[in-house]
Write a protein that binds this ligand. Structure first.
Ligand code: KIV
Length: 288
């Protein structure tokens, strides 16, 4: 069995020191958490991408702390060995430091071992308060999906030199505030490398090139379950949506033609002890 991933074990991972890159994948419920954990990933991210890939919204702005706690609890029930990190949703860490800590505490009580917040230097007071409250924080800079309206869409960030340097400053500020790792999303490869070189905590890239200390993808993208949009940075490792439709179509066909169920999928009072059937159906146990 793989050793449990912890915040200190993740914090120390840096490719330039000879470490193997970190692997993070999202999960939003117990079955997906069991699969991701069985695959041996280091970190499970209960991402606010749940809003888009599970709940059908067009952005991540629609989920609340209660939604994120609900999904975090389902992931935690799978008792994964991977570290469980939960996204703080939009507006749960923007209003006041006190609200930020209270909202993060709700996620920790639901099963998160750390929280992730989007944004650079302006988040420092919130991050410091969380770290003071013993809540580990993962940062997230570059293309921050909660800023979709402010950015004018899901757009690659840091293409200009001043913007790239500002991202490096952001990463340094997040590290100094106590973040144990930083997600870098949607920046040119060179900028991903610059940021990674500038900090001693691991960077985890998504659309940020091969120079990061780890990579993260969304469960539904890796497995071919999300077909509406496929960003350039996604590589699919399975086509589960196609396979699922094939399986469900076969079930529908079998029901319609009478091929399902057969005796193998049916109960029979002559083959089963009626007393044990009561365990299944109460006193109304079916008998032939
Ligand atoms: O919500 C999410 O899935 C994320 C990843 C894209 C990093 O924040």
């Amino acid at each position: 069995m793989a050793a449990r991933s912890t915040v200190p074990s993740v914090r120390g991972r840096k490719v330039r020191r000879g470490d193997v890159p970190l692997v993070m994948v999202t999960a939003y419920d117990a079955p997906s958490a069991r699969m991701v954990d069985a695959a041996g990933v280091d970190i499970i991210l209960v991402g606010d991408s749940v809003a888009m890939v599970v709940l059908g919204h067009d952005d991540t702005l629609q989920v609340t702390v209660a939604d994120m706690a609900h999904h975090t609890a389902a992931v935690a029930r799978a008792t994964p060995s991977s570290l469980v990190v939960t996204d703080m949703p939009w507006l749960s860490y923007h209003v006041s430091v006190a609200d930020t800590v209270t909202n993060a505490a709700a996620l920790v009580r639901a099963g998160a071992e750390a929280v992730k917040v989007e944004g650079g230097r302006k988040r420092v007071p919130m991050i410091e308060a969380l770290v003071d409250a013993e809540i580990p924080v993962m940062g997230h800079i570059g293309l921050t999906p909660q800023s979709v309206n402010a950015m004018g869409g899901f757009k690659v960030q840091g293409r200009r030199q001043d913007a790239a340097l500002a991202l490096v400053d952001d990463a340094r500020a997040l590290e100094a505030a106590g973040c144990f790792s930083i997600v870098i999303e949607g920046v040119p490869d060179e900028v991903g490398r610059m940021i990674t070189d500038a900090v001693d905590v691991p960077t985890i890239g998504i659309g940020a090139g091969a120079g990061c200390d780890g990579q993260v993808l969304v469960f539904h993208d890796v497995l071919g379950l999300e077909e509406r949009v496929t960003p350039k940075f996604v590589r699919r490792y399975a086509e589960l949506s196609t396979e699922a439709v094939r399986g469900l179509s076969r079930f529908a066909e079998d029901v319609r033609t009478g091929a399902f169920p057969t005796e193998a999928e049916s109960y029979s009072a002559t083959r089963t002890d009626p007393a044990s059937m009561r365990g299944l159906y109460g006193s109304a146990a079916p008998v032939d």
